[in-house]
Write a protein that binds this ligand. Structure first.
Ligand code: F6R
Length: 366
């Protein structure tokens, strides 16, 4: 079952290269410069006329929605709002006929997401589902959709569902960008080729596993962690913190790096490990100055950096490298070391990695 891995979570982390290939296989035709997705193709006019996209989801799926917000706005120039499904349904949201609601759910059974979908349908919106479990309630309740095809995710902490959700949403954004002409043809081809390289770059990123074990043993006894990222990697900071919380029970918070000075910087002392996503593309210089602020307050810095990075290495206590890619796809790589870090910390603390206390794989209560 676990295919030689000690835990489902570790197996699923390592499955990400093949899961992503399964997600884009048959949909992304790199040589022909084409993206084909039945659920989008059949509703293309609706997508192209959409004035706004509202994404509803919970937990890790909500984080994938936040990454998608950056990607949709950057590629397809469509305004996006990302909502916690639970909050969306309990206010009186403004939903127009030409809004598209995208619901993201690994299990396809999350009660709050389901309720948000029903509300959006009542208000006349077109609802598109991004689910992993085939035939799940949400996949049946939505007007159209695209499966992630990540295969079964058994570990309660979501890993491959997250990266495959980002992959599906990137494909949709690229498809719309091409149709709308909001990115150039040459950029479109470049992005397809880059997405096609992501699985092998994840393989590369996974090679840091041993090194990450060392980082984990250094900080496993901390009672708090901060995770910082900017731009496309701000949601990755949130996701890294969630992974740590849910399986190791260490308190962690994710923040946009620039917000640190508006409050959380008060927490920083020599007891505080700060994981900073500082890849070379994406506000690199700004993130370096955030790192300097942490360092001058004696915080411990774990930098997630681009291969070959020197600047962060000089400042940080540890760096973990990921291969270089276009900025929009960096979340698919920077997420990997954060998953492994939380896995190893939880394991060293003797926690039940696959079935953390108080959590269930699908949350069917509201
Ligand atoms: C995080 C986690 C949860 C789920 C959330 C949504 O690791 O497992 O936060 O992401 O409950 O679940 P789905 O995607 O099934 O709707």
């Amino acid at each position: 079952e676990k295919n030689g891995y000690d835990h489902f979570m570790l197996k699923e982390i390592y499955e990400q290269p093949s899961a992503i290939v399964d997600t884009y296989r048959g949909r992304m035709l790199v040589d022909q410069g084409l993206i084909r997705m039945a659920g989008v193709d059949d509703n293309l006019t609706k997508f192209l006329n959409a004035k706004r996209i509202i994404i509803v989801a919970c937990g890790t799926s909500w984080h994938a929605g936040l990454v998608a917000e950056y990607i949709f706005e950057d590629f397809a120039r469509i305004p996006v709002e990302v909502e916690y499904a639970s909050e969306f349904r309990y206010r009186n949201p403004v939903i127009n006929q030409d809004d598209i609601v995208i619901a993201i759910s690994q299990s396809g059974e999350t009660a709050d997401t389901m309720a948000a979908i029903k509300l959006a349908k009542e208000k006349g919106a077109f609802v598109f589902g991004v689910c992993n479990v085939v035939g799940s309630s949400i996949s049946r309740e939505t007007h159209a959709g695209a499966y992630t095809h990540a295969g079964p995710e058994i570990g309660v902490a979501s890993t491959k569902a997250f990266t495959t959700q980002i992959t599906v949403l990137s494909l949709i954004a690229l498809k719309l960008a091409k149709e709308k002409g909001s990115i150039s043809n040459s950029d479109f081809h470049l992005y397809l080729r880059e997405l096609d390289l992501i699985p092998s770059k994840i393989e590369e990123a996974l090679k840091s596993n041993e090194h990450i074990t060392g980082v984990a043993s250094e900080y496993k006894d901390a009672s708090n962690f901060l995770y910082l990222g900017r731009g496309f990697n701000f949601p990755v900071a949130l996701e890294g913190a969630l992974k740590l919380k849910e399986i190791s029970y260490i308190h962690a918070e994710g923040y946009p790096a620039a917000e640190m000075k508006h409050g959380p910087i008060a927490l920083i002392d020599e007891m505080m490990p700060v994981v900073v996503i500082a890849t070379r593309k994406g506000h690199y210089e700004k993130v370096i100055s955030n790192i300097q602020e942490i360092k001058s307050r004696n915080g411990k810095i774990i930098g997630i950096v681009t291969e070959g990075d020197q600047e962060v290495r000089e400042l940080a206590d540890y760096v973990i490298e990921v291969p270089e890619t276009v900025e929009a796809f960096t979340p698919l790589l920077t997420t990997i070391p954060l998953q492994l870090l939380s896995y190893h910390i939880a394991l060293m603390l003797g926690k039940n990695v696959d079935q953390p206390r108080n959590l269930a794989k699908s949350v069917t209560v509201e």
